[in-house]
Write a protein that binds this ligand. Sequence first.
Ligand code: B12
Ligand code: SF4
Ligand code: SF4
Length: 336
Amino acid sequence: MTWPYDEDYAARSAAPDTLLSNAKTVLCVAVPYATVARRPEHGSGHVSNYAWSLDYHRRMRELLNDIARTIDDAAGESVTAVACDTKPIAERAFAQASGLGWIGKHTNLISPEHGSFVFLGEVVTTLDLPVDPPLRKTCGQCSRCVDVCPTRALRGDYTIDAAKCISDLTQRTDGIPRALRPLIGRWVWGCDLCQLVCPPTMRRSPNAASSFAPLNADVAAPNLEELLRLRSSTYKRKYAATGLGWRGAAVLRRNAAVALGNGLDRASVPALTRALEAERHPMVRGHVAWALGRIASPAALRALRARSGVEQDAKVREEIAAACETNGLAQTFRQV
Ligand code: B12
Ligand code: SF4
Ligand code: SF4
């Protein structure tokens, strides 16, 4: 599990006075963000809709601060605190309780007006305001999101195994479990599959403000070979302002390697071979080895064999050994 949530955190996230002492009311806000991007071309990866524009946290905070200021001005004193994503508050549960929508089997809040591509934010206040009733709605017999999820992260009972979700896998900073890599497909940041098949979301045409549109076509569908070579300076220039801008360049290079492996395209082997030789981050090198083993063309296997003779990092050696073994080259590897 990559998220450090425990019983204590869950209890605090259900108690808004964690954010503001003497809190009485939570105003819940849902902002639609679905926009359209150019269709990914051959050789490009997928980026989730939530991440391809300028980082949403800043714009949500501005909106929430405006609402909070209006309330403070009316009250004549400071009676508010704002939250979006990063604070200990169960955002979906409060949004559901406030009548903004219902939590679907994909575990996201679904707004009847906008579907599930909505960001959530809250203004917590010490004022005792009248509350709206929750919606009486569920997903009924539908299970399209559960069926489409490649990693079986969705359990079908409105809960998720977050450690299996591609969104989590592409954002973690350590290695991606080997068994899950083939299931990631070409996603290099986040995943939208369970929402893209969700009927109440599909029925809504993308209607978000243009500020949620892709920063540029390349951020929404990056060329995978270019992403595999991504340097920190380019990363800062290209991604720092977007939702992909907080984990660093190595994580994106690792994700590009996995996506190229899943592309099963022999044309990617020269780029992967160069990365196996030149990549300085062992975690990324390990995933590059895996990608070559997955493509498993004669040139890919030659590259793995050549590297097995010089690789110094124990974990990368283990990745190379596993890639060779999968392709019946264990003996060859041990002799080198
Ligand atoms: C960790 C996290 C993830 C993890 C785990 C997600 C998960 N489904 O649990 C990962 C990395 C997988 C993830 C992925 C995504 N995430 Co996310 N994520 C979060 C984050 C930061 C914390 C959620 C969390 O686990 N909290 C801790 C637990 C303890 O709280 P909880 O899940 O809310 O559950 C508790 C409560 O519901 C409580 N409870 C139950 N009933 C009730 C009733 C009441 C009245 C109360 C008070 C409490 C309560 O009990 C539960 C268990 O303790 C939230 C922001 C936030 N602060 O909520 C965004 C958030 C949930 N993510 C969001 C988004 C957009 C995504 C992605 C779509 C991004 C992407 N495209 O890749 C995916 C969707 C994947 C999916 N199918 O869910 C949005 C969802 C918007 C929406 N429409 O619902 C949020 C709300 C961020 C935001 N501010 O907009 N995410
Ligand atoms: S975001 Fe992708 S991996 Fe995560 S639950 Fe949805 S379909 Fe599954
Ligand atoms: S796809 Fe169906 S089951 Fe899943 S959240 Fe949407 S309506 Fe609910």
